[in-house]
Design a protein around this ligand. Structure first.
Ligand SMILES: [Fe+2]
Length: 269
């Protein structure tokens, strides 16, 4: 499959039938340089702050040991540009065309991948307590603020695998090795977004022999209305409340930060 055929031109948020069919078939869309340069310029120092001042570590601790750490004082979406990114209207418009107008924000992560960060084995990120069907869609928007170049870890995707009913780690034993039929992304301009169906198998393939630059990476996920989704953060109610309080997304997306699309939080075993 040509990766080029899956690219959407810069800033375009109207998907034609062919693009939508491509997403259905392959499970991802590549949006090179999709994010406005001024938004990217404001996001990067926020990522630095998030990583360098310990906010990221605190947010992870609050997931791992909520009884000790409580609700984080600062969440990703409290950082102004991060809040703007997760409700970036052209992005919400694309998601709307893929799963209809009723969808909710699920969660967000922000990180700066060091060049020597190990790879991440093949996995998917579709949230379902028992992986049993794919009736409702969930998507992850993977934002590469500085883009990606061949000196950085790349993103391997397995087209069509989002239609399998499988555990998240069903291909974990394969590590990050190259798989037949995979699409490998390693060269994208700054401000690029890769939109994947959350059930699509993907891997981060490290390049330990290249010094490279750090890879600025923010991801946010969204889930279609119609079922109850398991939250991944114990403080998910507070997270949604803060987003509503900040009026992220404006009045047009009443489902975006609504609690009613979620089941109770259950700590993973
Ligand atoms: Fe992932």
């Amino acid at each position: 499959m040509s990766v080029q055929t899956l690219h959407i031109p810069r800033q375009q948020s109207r998907l034609d039938d062919e693009r939508r069919a491509q997403f259905e078939r392959s499970g991802f869309l590549v949006l090179p340089g999709f994010l406005p340069a001024d938004l990217v310029a404001r996001l990067k120092p926020e990522v630095d702050r998030w990583v360098d001042t310990g906010l990221r570590a605190r947010s992870i601790a609050a997931v791992l040991a909520p009884e000790t750490h409580g609700v984080p004082e600062v969440m990703e979406l409290d950082l102004p540009a991060h809040g703007e990114l997760l409700a970036h209207q052209p992005l919400l418009r694309i998601i709307e065309q893929l799963m209809g107008p009723r969808f909710a924000f699920h969660h967000m992560h922000s990180d700066r991948h060091a060049p020597d960060l190990p790879g991440k084995p093949w996995h998917h990120d579709y949230e379902q307590r028992v992986q049993s069907e794919r009736t409702y869609s969930m998507v992850h928007t993977l934002h590469y603020l500085d883009g990606m170049d061949p000196d950085m870890a790349g993103l391997a995707l397995l087209p069509g695998s989002h239609r399998e009913i499988a555990e998240k780690d069903a291909r974990g034993h394969l590590g990050t090795e190259e798989l037949p039929g995979e699409v490998y992304l390693e060269d994208l301009p700054p401000g690029s977004t890769v939109l994947v169906h959350s059930a699509l198998f993907h891997a981060r393939r490290a390049k330990p022999d290249y010094p490279g630059r750090p890879r600025y990476f923010v991801d946010a996920s969204y889930c279609q209305a119609g079922t109850l989704w398991p939250p991944v953060k114990p403080y998910w109610r507070e997270m949604l409340a803060r987003a509503r309080h900040r009026r992220l997304g404006g009045p047009e997306w009443p489902d975006l930060f609504s609690e009613r699309h979620f089941s109770d939080y259950v700590k993973p075993e």
